[in-house]
Design a protein around this ligand. Structure first.
Ligand SMILES: NC(=O)c1ccc[n+]([C@@H]2O[C@H](COP(=O)([O-])OP(=O)(O)OC[C@H]3O[C@@H](n4cnc5c(N)ncnc54)[C@H](OP(=O)(O)O)[C@@H]3O)[C@@H](O)[C@H]2O)c1
Length: 281
């Protein structure tokens, strides 16, 4: 089965639009800081812009590849104080000169406007179970699992490949909170270990941006009960690529997200839906 985002999208869009209208937030501003020339980021930003406009929001993209730290800080502070700005996104990855300051910059965004959900206090409150909140990308993957009946992961083994602050860590945490046994891999994990864990995992989630990291060569046992979630997305020589060769696996697993049409569009919707969740902080 293909785990498509489409059946979830109209409900989440409707809920968000209704909330914005009921709270006088129509035509307020969401600002996206695009501080890199990353090609995949440009694609993400375009889809965020398009979706935000569907919700009757202004989406302002501030693209500056050569921006320096002080200017970046000033812009964040400006929008923290601007009452017409209700959401901010610092699009990752950052340009080289800002990378050492990534954590600093992310945590400067006013928590009530941090629709990406990467602010450490928010993450911490969620960790101890004080607040039910997820950053947009894990919220998307979890939303898809829940919608298709795979969200009860208690007792399941989940392999999460990629452990960024943006996705892998908060996703793994959510799965742990739900009672799963979670194994997280990164670029330094022994390949053989990931390979053997993939055979036993009930759910495999990949978020690396490495083309076809999971291809047919990984498939060495019966995978017919497995669920595969692909978060990875990249562009090389003008062509899109993703982590999992879903066109092969769709015939060999219980369920899988395609790219495009899976986690990506749902992430954009989840991002704007976080405007609602942030009100409960
Ligand atoms: N679909 C969506 O909505 C959405 C949203 C956000 C991001 N993305 C995509 O998701 C991917 C990951 O994004 P990110 O921001 O999390 O990236 P990131 O910060 O670069 O993290 C990538 C993670 O993958 C690990 N990794 C890299 N190569 C690996 C390998 N060969 N084997 C195992 N692990 C490996 C890295 O390991 P180390 O920790 O050792 O470096 C790191 O933990 C990208 O393709 C991005 O475009 C998609």
């Amino acid at each position: 089965m293909l785990l498509l985002a489409k059946p979830l999208l109209s409900t989440i869009q409707q809920t968000t639009t209704t909330y914005l209208a009921d709270h006088g937030l129509i035509w307020k501003k969401v600002v996206i800081f695009l501080w890199s020339d990353d090609v995949a980021s440009r694609v993400y930003v375009q889809s965020k812009q398009k979706y935000g406009q569907k919700l009757w929001l202004q989406v302002e993209v501030i693209q500056r590849v050569d921006i320096q730290y002080d200017e970046a800080v000033a812009l964040i502070h400006h929008h923290n104080q601007d009452p017409t700005t209700i959401g901010m996104i610092i699009q990752l990855p950052l340009a080289e000169q800002l990378r050492p300051y990534q954590a600093d910059l992310l945590t400067m965004v006013d928590v009530h406007k941090d629709i990406d959900g990467l602010w450490w206090v928010g993450v911490g409150r969620s960790l101890v179970g004080q607040w039910d909140f997820l950053p947009a990308t894990p919220k998307s993957a979890v939303g898809i699992l829940d919608h298709y009946g795979y969200g009860n992961v208690s007792g399941k083994i989940i392999l999460v490949i990629g452990q960024s602050v943006l996705f892998g860590r908060p996703f793994a945490l959510e799965m742990i909170k739900r009672g799963a046994t979670v194994i997280c891999g990164n670029s330094r994990s022994p390949v053989g270990f990931l390979q053997s864990t993939a055979q036993t995992a009930d759910i495999i989630v990949s978020a690396t941006g490495r083309r076809h990291l999971i291809d047919r060569s990984r498939h060495s046992s019966d995978w017919s009960e497995k669920v595969l979630i692909d978060v990875g997305y990249g562009i090389q020589d003008g062509k899109a690529f993703w982590d999992i060769d879903w066109e092969y696996f769709v015939d060999h697993v219980a369920a899988i997200t395609p790219v495009p049409g899976g986690v990506g569009p749902m992430t954009v919707a989840a991002l704007f839906h976080n405007i609602i969740d942030l009100q409960t902080f």
